[in-house]
Write a protein that binds this ligand. Structure first.
Ligand code: HSE
Length: 328
């Protein structure tokens, strides 16, 4: 199976490295970052591309754009991992549309296009007989969509509660455990590649709210939008608030909740007991799914990170390979 990758930030780099180092039967025939692109239908030399990106800040030929890679490269699946824009969804939204129209499968970690145009993109994929998979958009390495689609098939999903932003969870953990200030902890999260290109998405709860919208639309098909989420971030939280919670054997976590029966869609910092299953540490995410048959299930895993996110993308790639490409 041949893939083209758009975006060579933390996620794109992780996918490139993992595909190159594991024997998955996948070759990379196109790569583009925001400044350049490279195409080779017999498979790119990913090692030299990553070295060039590291040294020069761009990966390929400046005469080639992401659009050129979408239109001209020879691939089965487009891996779209450019940064999220929650307002326009661009440039990822246009990239995904173009690839689907070319009858190419798409795997994305880009939350903006999914939160803004989930229905439109799924309809376009269906019309063109291809798959659009997005496991990496929510919960990092946690296989939440595979679980909902397969493991919990036939269940009615009643509610979802989750710690959906690794950066906020990392900041809250570091502030509580090490006494770091909010600014110090955020700087660490950015340096480690957990935060969004624009970290206000993380700390103002926008990233968690986008993920909640994607979950709600996938599960309930409600057509909810980011503005429907009642949202408060952690950016105004003080170390004193954490200390007060600590005195009650509690802590603070940024919790996302969706309960359709109560028409509730909310992201907010909540004081919760330390023994609660959603109290996870560092960049971990936790998602509790309440269903009619299985009752309560909580999934915990790394919510951010280059290789962790690559795990979700590769899961989607192999899903497509087994169901679509090998049959073709
Ligand atoms: N910035 C995001 C987070 C990355 O911290 O959770 C994963 O979506």
């Amino acid at each position: 199976m041949k893939i083209a990758i758009l975006g060579l930030g933390a996620v794109g780099k992780g996918v490139t490295e993992m595909v190159a180092s594991k024997d998955l039967g996948i070759s990379i025939t196109g790569i583009a970052d925001s400044k350049s692109g490279c195409i080779d239908s017999s498979g790119l030399n990913t090692k030299s591309i990553l070295v060039k990106k590291q040294k020069k800040g761009f990966c390929g030929d400046k005469a080639l754009s992401a659009e050129d890679v979408i239109k001209k490269a020879d691939y089965d699946v487009l891996v779209e991992v450019t940064p999220t824009n929650a307002t326009t969804g661009e440039p990822g939204l246009s990239y995904i549309r173009q690839a689907l129209k070319r009858k190419k499968h798409v795997v994305t970690s880009n939350k903006g296009p999914l939160a803004l145009a989930y229905k439109e993109l799924q309809t376009l994929a269906k019309k063109n007989g291809v798959a659009l998979r997005f496991e990496a958009t929510v919960g990092g390495a946690i296989p939440i969509f595979h679980t909902l689609e397969h493991g919990l098939a036939g269940n009615e999903i009643l509610a979802i509660f989750g710690v959906l932003n690794g950066t906020c969870n990392y900041i809250l953990t570091r502030m509580a455990d090490e006494g770091l200030t909010y600014e110090q902890a955020l700087l660490e999260a950015r340096e480690m590649g957990y935060a969004e290109a624009d970290p206000t998405y993380d700390v103002q709860g926008i990233d968690a709210a986008i993920k909640l919208v994607i979950l709600a639309n996938t599960i309930w098909g409600d057509g909810v939008k980011l503005d429907d989420v009642n949202r408060t971030g952690i950016d105004l939280l003080t170390p004193d608030a954490l200390k007060l919670a600590e005195e009650e054997d509690c802590t603070i976590r940024l919790i996302a909740e969706a309960i359709p029966k109560k028409k509730l869609l909310r992201v907010a910092p909540r004081i919760i007991e330390k023994s609660h299953p959603l109290v996870v540490e560092g960049t971990l995410n936790a998602i509790t799914i309440e269903t009619d048959m299985a009752k309560e299930i909580t999934l915990i895993g790394k919510g951010a990170g280059s290789i962790e996110t690559a795990s979700a993308i590769i899961g989607d790639l192999l899903y497509i390979r087994d169901r679509y490409v090998e049959r073709a």
